[in-house]
Design a protein around this ligand. Sequence first.
Ligand code: M6R
Length: 612
Amino acid sequence: MCGIIGYIGKKRATPILMEGLKKMEYRGYDSSGLAVIERDGIKCTKKEGKIENLEKELPTMDLDGVVGIAHTRWATHGEPSDEHAHPHWGCKKDLFLVHNGIIENYPQLKEQLIKEGHKIKTKTDTEILAHLIEKYYEDEDVKLEQAVQKALQNVKGTYGIAVITSDEPNKIVVARMGSPLVLGIISDGEYLIASDVTAILKHTRNVMYLEDGEMATVTDEGMEVVTLDNKPVEKKTEKVDWEIAQAEKKGYPHFMLKEIMEQPEVVLNAIRGRMMEEEGLAHLGGFIEQKGRLAKINSITIVACGTAYYAGMVGEYMIEEYAGIPVDVEYASEFRYKKPVIDENTAVIVITQSGETADTLAALREAKRKGALTLGIVNVVGSTIAREVDAGAYSHAGPEIGVASTKAFMSQLAILALVTMFLGRQRNMSLVMGQRILEELKEMPKKIEKVLKQNDEIKRLAKKYYKSPSFFFMGRKYNFPIALEGALKLKEISYIHAEGYGSGEMKHGPIALIDDKFPSFFLAPQDSVYEKVISNMEEIKARKGKIIAVATQGDKAIEKIADDVIYIPKTIEMLSPMLTVVPMQLFAYHVAVLLKRDVDQPRNLAKSVTVE
Ligand code: M6R
């Protein structure tokens, strides 16, 4: 999704901006552009397609300026094109703007601006904002930050913006409403602004997060933060503790493979310091602060999108079985528009890797309005959702760059197991059961490692099946969400049609598709529904369907039904998704590589979905 980077200081801005744009490529984009303040005015260039296209323009432009803004765009209004890429400018071409988010009332604003004589050239909502600021900036006594403030008072929608003008060449004005912005402090007089902390990590770890309704004026003499109605805001500097190396590929051909391989360590990081083995308790700081309220809740609603939603579904099985609390799992995009039956006795658990997903954020705000206790399982530290929930637990998966979520999902499962224990031990879960879950959770990194060692075998399976036009993924109970996740992984990075089902649902329709060319993945660990899943496999076999099974080590019987088997170590049922998901991720990865897809940045997708 769109990315913003801006620099002000003493160095040439262009290389810093270009480097920042590249760090944000993983978010997904369709065009990019930059504007730099030069001695003779602002120079701007923008190009559809990859950042290399923009890079090719630079040598002819001779950019030396020390103040600039840049952007990667993911089209919402107007098709991807050079013209629609950001920055955008007003009539006089001396005020430039980059924008993330959507200006909802732009048609009305556009009509008004046209009546007032503004010449609008593109179909974008962003250009309207540039003209609107220009309109308020026409008055000679008005400074850029005041014009921005006035313009934003007329705007409905979401934005993270950065604005520059050649009239005040030593200034960047930024503002935020519903779209993240972070200010990076390199030294006194040298600052970065970005929509994504990854873009600035190389230069500084000292950051300030802007909140919704805040704006900042950044000059080479310092920064001033105020609210949009001009009240001063005291901000604290925070330290980001991610390693840059964590955000790089470490020699793997793709971020996705690196992230899959990191999963044993990810689980260790998620559970470290959070297990009280003797007492059979989970030590989750944020949850402990809310333990009084948590002891009283009588229902839980989990809201999330995509992969995080499937983690929530696993959480539903865990919490209902071990803590005895009814759980509802809702797509955040649906939850925000329905009339959710929740109150102060409901805990709403929000699961998100990025912490910025627009639908999830809106659902969280709705839950807060209804008085529910809101809890977050969030990966990105300092993200909007992390800051807005009542309490939460960070996933500690480190930066996830591949658009397809893998290690964040794994960490979400580990945290959900701990949350289950926390809630269960407040209720009827026995000490022995608590200890047993922790013991098994501790073993999980080694067990995941064993699954990862079968990478070559899974690659061989990918070679055997990658030409199939469709796949089914099936499982039951804890592994039903993993079937859904397996199908999502395959379709999003390989573009092969794949569907996930609870395998009991097969005979209610989908089985009509099965013939000798249609392969199905079955998640069939030896658990409480094993026999049922085997029966479902037989039904597919009887129709000559090809079967790839994920089974428990030592289950030789399954080889008689399945065409191919991948084995996982034995574990307790509630934690089995942490093992069964790994072959799903690796299979999708290898198929996508064989099909020469853009694994880390699949077409049409963005890492962080910050628009509705
Ligand atoms: O950042 P979030 O966890 O809130 O993102 C939610 C989904 O957009 C995300 O999981 C998406 O489905 C991934 N592409 C799945 O791999």
